[in-house]
Write a protein that binds this ligand. Structure first.
Ligand code: ADP
Length: 406
Protein backbone atom coordinates (compact mmCIF):
# COMPACT_ATOMS: atom_id res chain seq x y z
CA UNK A 1 0.00 0.00 0.00
CA UNK A 2 1.49 3.40 -1.00
CA UNK A 3 0.94 6.68 0.90
CA UNK A 4 -1.98 7.89 -1.27
CA UNK A 5 -3.88 4.57 -0.87
CA UNK A 6 -3.36 4.72 2.87
CA UNK A 7 -4.88 8.21 3.16
CA UNK A 8 -7.71 7.27 0.79
CA UNK A 9 -8.56 4.21 2.96
CA UNK A 10 -8.36 6.32 6.16
CA UNK A 11 -10.89 8.78 4.71
CA UNK A 12 -13.33 6.20 3.28
CA UNK A 13 -12.56 3.14 5.56
CA UNK A 14 -15.83 3.34 7.49
CA UNK A 15 -17.75 3.43 4.22
CA UNK A 16 -15.94 0.33 2.94
CA UNK A 17 -16.64 -1.55 6.17
CA UNK A 18 -20.33 -0.66 5.98
CA UNK A 19 -20.44 -1.80 2.33
CA UNK A 20 -18.74 -5.09 3.25
CA UNK A 21 -21.11 -5.67 6.15
CA UNK A 22 -24.10 -4.91 3.94
CA UNK A 23 -22.79 -7.26 1.27
CA UNK A 24 -22.22 -9.93 3.90
CA UNK A 25 -25.71 -9.44 5.35
CA UNK A 26 -27.25 -9.63 1.87
CA UNK A 27 -25.34 -12.84 1.29
CA UNK A 28 -26.58 -14.24 4.64
CA UNK A 29 -30.17 -13.21 3.84
CA UNK A 30 -29.87 -14.92 0.46
CA UNK A 31 -28.62 -18.17 2.03
CA UNK A 32 -31.28 -17.96 4.75
CA UNK A 33 -33.94 -17.35 2.10
CA UNK A 34 -32.77 -20.39 0.16
CA UNK A 35 -32.85 -22.58 3.29
CA UNK A 36 -36.29 -21.26 4.21
CA UNK A 37 -37.64 -22.01 0.74
CA UNK A 38 -36.19 -25.51 0.92
CA UNK A 39 -37.76 -26.04 4.32
CA UNK A 40 -41.17 -24.71 3.22
CA UNK A 41 -41.04 -26.93 0.19
CA UNK A 42 -40.24 -29.95 2.34
CA UNK A 43 -43.09 -29.11 4.72
CA UNK A 44 -45.50 -28.77 1.81
CA UNK A 45 -44.43 -32.17 0.51
CA UNK A 46 -44.80 -33.73 3.97
CA UNK A 47 -48.25 -32.16 4.37
CA UNK A 48 -49.34 -33.47 1.00
CA UNK A 49 -47.98 -36.91 1.85
CA UNK A 50 -49.80 -36.87 5.18
CA UNK A 51 -53.03 -35.84 3.48
CA UNK A 52 -52.80 -38.71 0.99
CA UNK A 53 -51.80 -41.10 3.79
CA UNK A 54 -54.84 -40.01 5.79
CA UNK A 55 -57.14 -40.46 2.80
CA UNK A 56 -55.67 -43.92 2.19
CA UNK A 57 -55.98 -44.78 5.90
CA UNK A 58 -59.59 -43.60 6.05
CA UNK A 59 -60.43 -45.53 2.89
CA UNK A 60 -58.83 -48.65 4.30
CA UNK A 61 -60.50 -48.31 7.70
CA UNK A 62 -63.89 -47.54 6.12
CA UNK A 63 -63.80 -50.59 3.90
CA UNK A 64 -62.33 -53.36 6.04
CA UNK A 65 -64.41 -56.39 6.94
CA UNK A 66 -64.23 -55.63 10.69
CA UNK A 67 -66.03 -52.92 12.61
CA UNK A 68 -63.51 -50.32 13.74
CA UNK A 69 -64.56 -47.92 16.46
CA UNK A 70 -62.38 -45.25 18.08
CA UNK A 71 -63.28 -43.46 21.29
CA UNK A 72 -61.43 -40.92 23.40
CA UNK A 73 -59.97 -41.86 26.79
CA UNK A 74 -63.29 -41.15 28.52
CA UNK A 75 -65.19 -43.48 26.18
CA UNK A 76 -66.80 -40.86 23.90
CA UNK A 77 -67.08 -42.33 20.40
CA UNK A 78 -65.07 -40.32 17.86
CA UNK A 79 -65.22 -42.57 14.83
CA UNK A 80 -66.83 -45.74 13.59
CA UNK A 81 -66.58 -47.23 10.12
CA UNK A 82 -69.32 -48.30 7.73
CA UNK A 83 -69.12 -51.95 8.76
CA UNK A 84 -70.85 -50.95 12.00
CA UNK A 85 -74.01 -50.08 10.07
CA UNK A 86 -73.78 -53.22 7.94
CA UNK A 87 -73.49 -55.46 11.02
CA UNK A 88 -75.68 -53.80 13.63
CA UNK A 89 -78.17 -51.89 11.42
CA UNK A 90 -77.65 -48.88 13.75
CA UNK A 91 -76.67 -45.67 11.91
CA UNK A 92 -73.15 -44.32 12.42
CA UNK A 93 -74.69 -40.91 13.23
CA UNK A 94 -76.70 -42.48 16.04
CA UNK A 95 -73.61 -43.37 18.02
CA UNK A 96 -70.74 -41.02 17.13
CA UNK A 97 -70.41 -38.39 19.87
CA UNK A 98 -72.13 -40.64 22.43
CA UNK A 99 -70.51 -42.57 25.23
CA UNK A 100 -69.70 -46.25 24.64
CA UNK A 101 -71.99 -47.22 27.54
CA UNK A 102 -75.09 -45.47 26.15
CA UNK A 103 -74.29 -46.25 22.50
CA UNK A 104 -73.94 -50.00 23.06
CA UNK A 105 -76.51 -50.54 25.78
CA UNK A 106 -79.16 -51.96 23.44
CA UNK A 107 -76.56 -53.89 21.52
CA UNK A 108 -74.61 -55.91 24.12
CA UNK A 109 -75.64 -57.84 27.25
CA UNK A 110 -75.42 -55.58 30.33
CA UNK A 111 -72.86 -57.62 32.33
CA UNK A 112 -70.61 -58.06 29.28
CA UNK A 113 -70.73 -54.33 28.53
CA UNK A 114 -69.99 -53.44 32.13
CA UNK A 115 -67.03 -55.83 32.31
CA UNK A 116 -65.69 -54.52 28.98
CA UNK A 117 -65.90 -50.86 29.98
CA UNK A 118 -64.40 -51.50 33.40
CA UNK A 119 -61.44 -53.34 31.86
CA UNK A 120 -60.68 -50.71 29.24
CA UNK A 121 -61.69 -47.40 30.79
CA UNK A 122 -61.03 -47.95 34.50
CA UNK A 123 -58.33 -50.62 34.58
CA UNK A 124 -56.72 -49.34 31.34
CA UNK A 125 -56.22 -52.88 30.08
CA UNK A 126 -56.80 -54.62 26.77
CA UNK A 127 -60.16 -56.40 26.45
CA UNK A 128 -60.79 -59.52 24.41
CA UNK A 129 -64.19 -61.18 24.42
CA UNK A 130 -67.00 -62.85 22.56
CA UNK A 131 -70.70 -62.42 23.22
CA UNK A 132 -74.15 -62.79 21.77
CA UNK A 133 -75.31 -59.35 20.63
CA UNK A 134 -78.49 -57.84 19.19
CA UNK A 135 -78.90 -56.06 15.86
CA UNK A 136 -81.28 -53.07 15.68
CA UNK A 137 -84.07 -55.33 14.39
CA UNK A 138 -83.73 -57.60 17.44
CA UNK A 139 -81.91 -60.40 15.59
CA UNK A 140 -79.30 -62.17 17.75
CA UNK A 141 -75.77 -62.79 16.49
CA UNK A 142 -72.26 -63.46 17.80
CA UNK A 143 -69.76 -60.66 18.13
CA UNK A 144 -66.03 -60.91 18.81
CA UNK A 145 -64.59 -57.76 20.36
CA UNK A 146 -61.03 -56.63 20.97
CA UNK A 147 -60.40 -53.20 22.49
CA UNK A 148 -56.95 -51.70 23.06
CA UNK A 149 -56.40 -48.54 25.07
CA UNK A 150 -53.78 -46.23 23.51
CA UNK A 151 -51.67 -44.32 26.01
CA UNK A 152 -49.87 -40.96 25.83
CA UNK A 153 -46.30 -40.49 27.05
CA UNK A 154 -47.55 -40.14 30.66
CA UNK A 155 -49.44 -43.43 30.53
CA UNK A 156 -52.86 -41.75 30.31
CA UNK A 157 -55.44 -43.37 27.98
CA UNK A 158 -56.02 -41.00 25.07
CA UNK A 159 -57.91 -43.31 22.71
CA UNK A 160 -59.52 -46.72 22.72
CA UNK A 161 -59.50 -48.65 19.47
CA UNK A 162 -62.13 -51.36 19.17
CA UNK A 163 -62.11 -54.03 16.48
CA UNK A 164 -65.28 -56.10 16.30
CA UNK A 165 -66.38 -58.90 14.01
CA UNK A 166 -69.63 -60.76 13.41
CA UNK A 167 -68.58 -64.38 14.01
CA UNK A 168 -72.05 -65.98 13.74
CA UNK A 169 -71.08 -68.07 10.70
CA UNK A 170 -67.89 -69.37 12.36
CA UNK A 171 -69.93 -70.20 15.48
CA UNK A 172 -72.46 -72.15 13.44
CA UNK A 173 -69.71 -74.17 11.76
CA UNK A 174 -68.01 -74.78 15.11
CA UNK A 175 -71.29 -75.93 16.58
CA UNK A 176 -71.94 -78.29 13.67
CA UNK A 177 -68.42 -79.72 14.00
CA UNK A 178 -68.80 -80.17 17.71
CA UNK A 179 -72.22 -81.85 17.32
CA UNK A 180 -70.76 -84.18 14.69
CA UNK A 181 -67.82 -85.16 16.90
CA UNK A 182 -70.16 -85.68 19.81
CA UNK A 183 -72.55 -87.94 17.86
CA UNK A 184 -69.76 -89.99 16.26
CA UNK A 185 -67.97 -90.42 19.58
CA UNK A 186 -71.16 -91.57 21.31
CA UNK A 187 -71.79 -94.11 18.56
CA UNK A 188 -68.23 -95.42 18.76
CA UNK A 189 -68.03 -95.74 22.50
CA UNK A 190 -70.41 -98.65 22.98
CA UNK A 191 -68.92 -101.05 20.36
CA UNK A 192 -65.40 -100.24 21.57
CA UNK A 193 -66.34 -101.10 25.14
CA UNK A 194 -67.87 -104.38 23.95
CA UNK A 195 -64.63 -105.22 22.04
CA UNK A 196 -62.61 -104.41 25.17
CA UNK A 197 -64.74 -106.79 27.27
CA UNK A 198 -64.46 -109.72 24.87
CA UNK A 199 -60.75 -109.24 24.19
CA UNK A 200 -60.11 -109.12 27.95
CA UNK A 201 -61.97 -112.38 28.41
CA UNK A 202 -60.09 -113.97 25.50
CA UNK A 203 -56.76 -112.76 26.97
CA UNK A 204 -57.60 -114.25 30.35
CA UNK A 205 -58.21 -117.59 28.52
CA UNK A 206 -61.95 -117.27 29.22
CA UNK A 207 -62.72 -119.03 25.93
CA UNK A 208 -60.01 -121.66 26.08
CA UNK A 209 -56.24 -121.83 26.35
CA UNK A 210 -54.18 -119.56 24.09
CA UNK A 211 -50.87 -120.07 22.35
CA UNK A 212 -48.11 -117.52 23.06
CA UNK A 213 -48.55 -116.05 19.60
CA UNK A 214 -52.33 -115.66 20.08
CA UNK A 215 -51.70 -113.97 23.44
CA UNK A 216 -49.25 -111.48 21.89
CA UNK A 217 -51.67 -110.67 19.09
CA UNK A 218 -54.60 -110.26 21.47
CA UNK A 219 -52.50 -107.88 23.58
CA UNK A 220 -51.92 -105.76 20.50
CA UNK A 221 -55.64 -105.75 19.69
CA UNK A 222 -56.36 -104.79 23.29
CA UNK A 223 -53.83 -101.91 23.27
CA UNK A 224 -55.11 -100.52 19.97
CA UNK A 225 -58.67 -100.73 21.24
CA UNK A 226 -57.61 -98.93 24.44
CA UNK A 227 -56.06 -96.22 22.30
CA UNK A 228 -59.33 -95.82 20.41
CA UNK A 229 -61.34 -95.71 23.64
CA UNK A 230 -59.08 -92.94 24.99
CA UNK A 231 -59.33 -91.04 21.72
CA UNK A 232 -63.12 -91.23 21.75
CA UNK A 233 -63.19 -90.18 25.41
CA UNK A 234 -60.95 -87.18 24.66
CA UNK A 235 -63.07 -86.16 21.67
CA UNK A 236 -66.25 -86.47 23.71
CA UNK A 237 -64.79 -84.43 26.55
CA UNK A 238 -63.55 -81.78 24.15
CA UNK A 239 -66.90 -81.41 22.39
CA UNK A 240 -68.74 -81.29 25.72
CA UNK A 241 -66.35 -78.69 27.12
CA UNK A 242 -66.65 -76.54 24.02
CA UNK A 243 -70.41 -76.77 23.96
CA UNK A 244 -70.44 -75.86 27.66
CA UNK A 245 -72.22 -79.17 28.24
CA UNK A 246 -69.74 -80.79 30.59
CA UNK A 247 -71.25 -81.18 34.04
CA UNK A 248 -69.22 -81.18 37.22
CA UNK A 249 -70.28 -83.07 40.28
CA UNK A 250 -68.28 -81.40 43.02
CA UNK A 251 -68.04 -82.90 46.47
CA UNK A 252 -65.75 -82.43 49.47
CA UNK A 253 -63.02 -85.01 49.36
CA UNK A 254 -59.35 -85.88 49.52
CA UNK A 255 -57.15 -86.27 46.50
CA UNK A 256 -55.44 -89.37 47.84
CA UNK A 257 -58.82 -91.18 47.67
CA UNK A 258 -58.79 -90.64 43.92
CA UNK A 259 -55.06 -91.13 43.35
CA UNK A 260 -54.46 -94.30 45.41
CA UNK A 261 -56.54 -96.61 43.19
CA UNK A 262 -55.22 -95.19 39.93
CA UNK A 263 -51.58 -95.50 41.01
CA UNK A 264 -52.22 -99.09 42.00
CA UNK A 265 -53.82 -99.86 38.60
CA UNK A 266 -51.09 -98.08 36.66
CA UNK A 267 -48.18 -99.70 38.56
CA UNK A 268 -48.73 -102.87 36.54
CA UNK A 269 -48.89 -100.97 33.26
CA UNK A 270 -45.54 -99.33 34.08
CA UNK A 271 -44.05 -102.68 35.13
CA UNK A 272 -45.11 -104.30 31.85
CA UNK A 273 -43.04 -101.65 30.06
CA UNK A 274 -40.08 -102.31 32.39
CA UNK A 275 -40.49 -98.98 34.25
CA UNK A 276 -40.63 -98.34 37.99
CA UNK A 277 -43.52 -96.43 39.49
CA UNK A 278 -42.74 -94.88 42.86
CA UNK A 279 -45.65 -93.46 44.89
CA UNK A 280 -44.76 -90.83 47.48
CA UNK A 281 -47.91 -90.89 49.55
CA UNK A 282 -48.57 -88.07 52.00
CA UNK A 283 -47.65 -89.10 55.55
CA UNK A 284 -50.79 -87.55 57.04
CA UNK A 285 -54.24 -87.02 55.48
CA UNK A 286 -54.35 -84.15 53.01
CA UNK A 287 -56.69 -81.20 53.56
CA UNK A 288 -60.07 -81.49 51.87
CA UNK A 289 -60.73 -80.03 48.43
CA UNK A 290 -63.84 -79.46 46.30
CA UNK A 291 -63.44 -82.13 43.68
CA UNK A 292 -65.28 -83.89 40.89
CA UNK A 293 -63.61 -87.25 41.46
CA UNK A 294 -64.37 -88.65 38.00
CA UNK A 295 -62.85 -85.63 36.21
CA UNK A 296 -59.76 -85.53 38.41
CA UNK A 297 -59.40 -89.26 37.88
CA UNK A 298 -59.19 -88.58 34.13
CA UNK A 299 -56.55 -85.89 34.67
CA UNK A 300 -54.43 -88.17 36.87
CA UNK A 301 -54.74 -91.06 34.40
CA UNK A 302 -53.68 -88.72 31.59
CA UNK A 303 -50.55 -87.59 33.49
CA UNK A 304 -49.49 -91.12 34.46
CA UNK A 305 -50.40 -92.58 31.07
CA UNK A 306 -48.31 -89.89 29.33
CA UNK A 307 -45.38 -90.40 31.69
CA UNK A 308 -45.38 -94.13 30.88
CA UNK A 309 -45.87 -93.48 27.17
CA UNK A 310 -43.07 -90.93 26.84
CA UNK A 311 -40.55 -92.71 29.10
CA UNK A 312 -38.49 -95.42 27.37
CA UNK A 313 -36.44 -96.32 30.46
CA UNK A 314 -36.22 -95.52 34.15
CA UNK A 315 -39.61 -94.70 35.54
CA UNK A 316 -41.92 -92.26 37.20
CA UNK A 317 -42.59 -90.85 40.62
CA UNK A 318 -46.06 -89.82 41.67
CA UNK A 319 -46.49 -87.53 44.67
CA UNK A 320 -49.20 -85.71 46.58
CA UNK A 321 -48.48 -82.80 48.88
CA UNK A 322 -49.83 -79.56 50.29
CA UNK A 323 -48.38 -76.36 48.84
CA UNK A 324 -49.57 -73.18 50.56
CA UNK A 325 -53.39 -73.37 50.40
CA UNK A 326 -53.46 -75.90 47.57
CA UNK A 327 -53.14 -79.65 47.25
CA UNK A 328 -50.61 -80.61 44.62
CA UNK A 329 -50.51 -83.75 42.51
CA UNK A 330 -47.28 -84.31 40.59
CA UNK A 331 -45.82 -86.90 38.23
CA UNK A 332 -42.13 -86.69 37.38
CA UNK A 333 -40.51 -89.03 34.90
CA UNK A 334 -37.10 -89.88 33.51
CA UNK A 335 -38.37 -89.84 29.92
CA UNK A 336 -38.07 -87.97 26.66
CA UNK A 337 -38.61 -84.54 28.22
CA UNK A 338 -39.96 -81.45 26.53
CA UNK A 339 -38.09 -79.02 24.29
CA UNK A 340 -38.27 -75.34 25.25
CA UNK A 341 -40.23 -74.40 22.13
CA UNK A 342 -42.85 -77.08 22.88
CA UNK A 343 -43.59 -75.73 26.35
CA UNK A 344 -45.92 -72.90 25.34
CA UNK A 345 -48.29 -75.05 23.31
CA UNK A 346 -48.33 -78.10 25.54
CA UNK A 347 -51.87 -77.55 26.84
CA UNK A 348 -53.36 -76.36 23.53
CA UNK A 349 -55.87 -78.37 21.54
CA UNK A 350 -54.25 -81.01 19.26
CA UNK A 351 -50.76 -79.96 20.37
CA UNK A 352 -48.35 -82.88 20.12
CA UNK A 353 -45.00 -81.11 20.45
CA UNK A 354 -42.77 -80.00 17.61
CA UNK A 355 -43.16 -81.69 14.21
CA UNK A 356 -39.58 -82.91 14.16
CA UNK A 357 -39.90 -84.47 17.59
CA UNK A 358 -39.08 -88.17 17.44
CA UNK A 359 -41.46 -88.82 20.32
CA UNK A 360 -44.56 -87.73 18.45
CA UNK A 361 -43.49 -89.44 15.24
CA UNK A 362 -43.26 -92.83 16.89
CA UNK A 363 -45.73 -92.57 19.78
CA UNK A 364 -49.45 -92.47 19.11
CA UNK A 365 -51.60 -89.71 20.56
CA UNK A 366 -54.24 -87.09 19.84
CA UNK A 367 -52.84 -84.00 21.56
CA UNK A 368 -56.15 -83.63 23.37
CA UNK A 369 -55.41 -85.15 26.79
CA UNK A 370 -53.59 -82.18 28.31
CA UNK A 371 -56.05 -79.71 26.75
CA UNK A 372 -58.96 -81.54 28.39
CA UNK A 373 -56.97 -81.86 31.65
CA UNK A 374 -56.37 -78.09 31.72
CA UNK A 375 -60.07 -77.33 31.24
CA UNK A 376 -60.95 -79.76 34.02
CA UNK A 377 -58.38 -78.45 36.49
CA UNK A 378 -59.41 -74.85 35.76
CA UNK A 379 -63.03 -75.79 36.45
CA UNK A 380 -61.75 -76.73 39.92
CA UNK A 381 -60.25 -73.19 40.17
CA UNK A 382 -56.86 -74.89 40.07
CA UNK A 383 -53.67 -74.50 38.06
CA UNK A 384 -51.91 -76.98 35.83
CA UNK A 385 -48.33 -76.86 34.59
CA UNK A 386 -45.24 -78.68 33.42
CA UNK A 387 -41.49 -78.31 33.48
CA UNK A 388 -38.57 -80.08 31.89
CA UNK A 389 -34.84 -79.53 31.63
CA UNK A 390 -35.10 -80.33 27.92
CA UNK A 391 -35.11 -83.18 25.47
CA UNK A 392 -34.36 -86.58 27.04
CA UNK A 393 -34.12 -84.98 30.48
CA UNK A 394 -37.48 -86.07 31.89
CA UNK A 395 -40.57 -84.00 32.67
CA UNK A 396 -42.69 -82.93 35.59
CA UNK A 397 -46.45 -82.48 35.22
CA UNK A 398 -48.52 -81.12 38.10
CA UNK A 399 -51.82 -79.63 39.06
CA UNK A 400 -52.89 -77.84 42.21
CA UNK A 401 -56.43 -77.33 43.48
CA UNK A 402 -57.44 -75.05 46.34
CA UNK A 403 -58.00 -76.40 49.82
CA UNK A 404 -61.50 -75.73 51.20
CA UNK A 405 -61.28 -72.79 53.60
CA UNK A 406 -62.69 -73.45 57.07
P1 ADP B 1 -51.03 -87.03 23.39
O1 ADP B 1 -50.19 -87.70 24.42
O2 ADP B 1 -52.23 -87.82 23.01
O3 ADP B 1 -50.24 -86.55 22.22
P2 ADP B 1 -51.48 -84.95 25.37
O4 ADP B 1 -52.36 -83.74 25.28
O5 ADP B 1 -51.70 -85.85 26.52
O6 ADP B 1 -51.65 -85.70 24.00
O7 ADP B 1 -49.97 -84.46 25.36
C1 ADP B 1 -49.57 -83.45 24.46
C2 ADP B 1 -48.10 -83.56 24.14
O8 ADP B 1 -47.35 -83.24 25.31
C3 ADP B 1 -47.63 -84.93 23.74
O9 ADP B 1 -47.84 -85.19 22.37
C4 ADP B 1 -46.15 -84.88 24.10
O10 ADP B 1 -45.42 -84.24 23.04
C5 ADP B 1 -46.13 -83.96 25.31
N1 ADP B 1 -46.07 -84.73 26.59
C6 ADP B 1 -47.10 -85.00 27.41
N2 ADP B 1 -46.67 -85.69 28.49
C7 ADP B 1 -45.33 -85.85 28.34
C8 ADP B 1 -44.30 -86.48 29.13
N3 ADP B 1 -44.54 -87.07 30.30
N4 ADP B 1 -43.02 -86.41 28.65
C9 ADP B 1 -42.75 -85.80 27.48
N5 ADP B 1 -43.67 -85.20 26.70
C10 ADP B 1 -44.95 -85.22 27.12
Amino acid sequence: MNGTDFFYFQEHGALFIIIYILLFLTFLAFIFGLLLMKRLNEERLINEQQKTDLIKFKLAVQNVYDIIMISDGAGRILFVNKMFEVTTFFRVGEIVGHNLSEALVEHLPADFLENMLRTVLRENMMFDGETSAKRKNGEEYFLKINISPIFDEYGKTVFCVAIMRDVSKEKEIEQAKSDFVSIVSHQLRTPLTVIKGYVSMLKESGFGALSDQQRVILSKVYDSNEHLINLVQDLLNMSRIEAGRIKYDFEEGQLEDVANNIVEEMTNVAKEKGLYLKYEKPTSPLPKVRVDKEKIRQVIINFIDNAIKYTPQGGLTVSLSTVADHVRFEVSDTGLGIKEDEMNNLFNKYSRGSDDSSKTKTIKGTGLGLYVAKMMVEAHKGVIGASSDGENKGSIFYFEIPVIKK
